[in-house]
Design a protein around this ligand. Structure first.
Ligand code: S3P
Length: 447
């Protein structure tokens, strides 16, 4: 799919005080992993609350093509019968991962240690994204790659029949690269180790343990950590409950903060500390957010988020926090545009290689909406005066779901309505977004 295929422009008008309780869809990262581990486990796995967005449905299809049984039941649960570690089979068709970097990179890892060749492609955005970051370590394991210039999709992964366990230090903080190496390590004899200098989301580690793998996490003297996986474990089918995605909850939460007088609740949101940088930052900005009923569900911490309209103040967001909020900078930048004072978001190099060049896309959208900002190196600096930005623009979203949703949220509280040129990408991660926001009192409409 590309932005030129039947674009769906939307307009977002200023909203009255928002109220209500809305459940946002399941966590995207956890949903991808649940399908992959279910496909590798012996016996039956069931998944409750799977995100049924485009990205995750592509992973479900990839698991079917690799030989697993994957079915959606009428009650909304997904049931898998896995192949056992090392039991995936050659796919009879190209694995089209759509818009999903996580799906593509993790499945490339899985295939790298199986003795067959698999072909990968994706939409225009995914075909422009860097795959060298996984090709490099997976080549060391023994896999071969034939792809386009710049290590981009479409490409063929020639899996190794005799994969070699490696110790790999991540050159960038990336849970996708970490996970690709660990997943390749599953069907590799011996111990595969990934060293990360900055902690990234640990859903792979938590869920692998839950399925029965032996995995250790050693803190390193310089603050990093070494994650070691013992190869060829027997994974056993599990029942998984997927928490609501904190990255998706961010949109109604920020809307609730920005629209004066709002009071909303978003239940059962994942609060894994490696995903919560946005919430920490919003609290520092003066946001009224309560984490009610904290509990553990399906091995992950969750809480009900209770949000009230708030006046925000600009803050300095350290680079070290970026891995725990990497997908949330577009919506944080929108919040910063309403804050009093300057918000400096440091160390955003990785934003340039997301579903779009998000740094450029955020800057363009803010600029078109009358917000003062600068980019200095890899830092984004947004100046607010505590009032609502002008709005009134049509923002190009570059087929990026998070850019699209962020600017629709801006329209809910800006002086003039905000349009986006295309809403199609929203379904990759947040089906039902518009209806959900309108159910809280928003007014987002087709143009
Ligand atoms: C993800 C990791 C992050 C994030 C992406 C999901 C994951 O990507 O941006 O949306 O599920 O592992 P990077 O690993 O490239 O930072």
């Amino acid at each position: 799919m590309s932005s030129s295929a039947a674009a769906k422009p939307l307009i977002s008008y200023a909203a009255p005080a928002l109220s209500g309780t809305v459940r946002v869809p399941g966590d995207k990262s956890i949903s991808h992993r649940a399908l992959m581990f279910g496909a590798l486990a012996i016996g039956q796995s069931t998944i409750e609350g799977l995100l049924e967005g485009e990205d995750v449905l592509r992973t479900a299809q990839a698991m079917r093509l690799l030989g697993a049984e994957v079915e959606r039941q009428e009650d909304g649960r997904w049931v898998l019968h896995g192949r056992g570690v090392g039991g995936l089979t050659e796919p009879a068709d190209v694995l089209d991962m759509g818009n999903a970097g996580t799906g593509a990179r993790l499945v490339m890892g899985l295939v790298a240690s199986h003795p067959f060749t698999a072909l990968f492609t994706g939409d225009a955005s995914l075909r422009s994204r860097p795959m060298r970051r996984v090709i490099e370590p997976l080549s060391r394991i023994g896999a071969g790659f034939v792809g386009r210039s710049g290590g981009r999709l479409p490409l063929a992964v020639i899996g190794s029949p005799t994969p070699i366990p490696i110790t790999y230090e991540l050159p960038m903080p990336s849970a996708q690269v970490k996970s690709a190496v660990l997943l390749a390590g599953l069907n590799t004899q011996g111990t595969t180790t990934v060293i990360e200098r900055e902690a990234t989301r640990d859903h792979t580690e938590l869920m692998l343990r839950g399925f029965g793998a032996t995995l250790s996490v050693e803190p390193l003297p310089d603050g990093g950590r070494a994650i070691s996986l013992t190869g060829q474990p027997e994974l056993t089918g599990q029942s998984i409950k997927v928490p609501s995605d904190p990255s998706s909850a961010a949109f109604p939460v920020v809307a609730g903060l920005l629209v004066e007088g709002s009071s909303i609740t978003v239940p059962a949101v994942g609060t894994n500390p490696l995903r919560c940088g946005l919430y920490q930052t919003l609290l520092e900005m003066g946001a009224d957010i309560t984490f009610a009923n904290p509990r553990v569900e399906g091995g992950e911490p969750v809480a009900d988020l209770v949000v009230r309209g708030s006046s925000l103040t600009g803050v300095d967001v350290p680079a070290g926090r970026a891995p725990s909020m990497i997908d949330e900078y577009p919506i944080l930048a929108v919040a910063a545009a309403f804050a009093r004072g300057t918000t400096r978001m440091r160390g955003l190099a990785e934003l340039r290689v997301k579903e779009s060049d998000r740094l450029a896309a955020i800057a363009r959208g803010l600029d078109l909406s009358g917000v003062k900002l600068e980019i200095e190196g890899d830092d984004l600096i947004v100046h607010g005066d505590g009032g609502a930005p002008e709005g009134g623009a049509t923002v190009p979203v570059h087929f990026d779901h998070r850019i699209a949703m962020s600017f629709l949220i801006m329209g809910m509280a800006a002086h003039r309505p905000v349009r986006i040129d295309d809403a199609t990408a929203i379904d990759t991660s947040f089906p039902g977004f518009v209806a959900l926001m309108n159910g809280l009192g928003g007014r987002i409409e087709p143009v």
